[in-house]
Design a binder for this molecule. Structure first.
Ligand SMILES: [Zn+2]
Length: 210
């Protein structure tokens, strides 16, 4: 897997299809390079190949990703980043408080992504369960409690992606995000790793598509 290409000409290679099907099985498609997701959305034939393989792998018993696999390498990276980050106490407290207020049914934005405490490296997409009904401000905060990214989100959007270009000045580490809207605040956190190469051994073929 390490030395192989994930794309062949403009389509997913066999390895690419396998990786995508594995990602679906373990619910980690969001950690794949954006080029994957874009292609799967646009290309019916690759979508069919992935769906066919997914039907097979979904029946296999769950196995943790091998350390030298795509997701195994990401997991190792996440453990390393977690060891060197310093969580901000007030935000950690706020996260538990906000979770509690959600149970009380306050006005609330629900998100499918980002997933708390996961490692992101290509982009971060905020996926809302329902189109935003309020003017909402998104802020990303670093471990020093500094706002490193801010954006007013348009009303009615269902998703918002911050791409790598906008995030490339951010060092690896822990980040909190805040969505501030009329009468509400939603928070979460993620880990960011900006390096292109997720493989333990750098492979030209793989990094060229990321
Ligand atoms: Zn294709």
């Amino acid at each position: 897997m390490m030395e192989t290409k994930l794309f062949k000409q403009e389509h997913l290679s066999e390895e690419g299809v396998m990786l995508y099907a594995e990602a679906m099985k373990i619910d980690r498609v969001f950690q794949l390079p954006g080029s994957f997701y874009k292609h799967i959305t646009a290309c019916e034939s690759c979508r069919e190949r992935v769906t066919r393989l997914y039907k097979l792998v979904s029946k296999l018993p769950f196995a943790a990703p091998a350390p030298d696999s795509f997701f195994g390498a990401l997991d190792i990276k996440l453990q390393r980043i977690k060891q060197i980050t310093r969580p901000i106490k007030k935000y950690e407290r706020a996260l538990t408080m906000i979770m509690r207020s959600e149970e009380e049914g306050a006005v609330n934005i629900k998100l499918a992504s980002p997933i708390d405490e996961q490692l992101y490296m290509y982009s971060i997409t905020f996926d809302f369960d329902e189109a935003l009904a309020f003017n909402t401000r998104l802020a990303i905060i670093n471990e020093e409690d500094e706002t490193v990214f801010g954006e007013d989100l348009a009303i009615n959007i269902e998703s918002y992606t911050i791409d790598k270009k906008q995030l490339e000045m951010l060092p690896d580490g822990l980040y909190y995000w805040k969505l501030m809207y009329d009468g509400g605040l939603k928070m979460g956190k993620f880990y960011w790793y900006k390096k292109n190469n997720v493989y333990p051994n750098k492979s030209k073929n793989v990094t060229s598509i990321l």
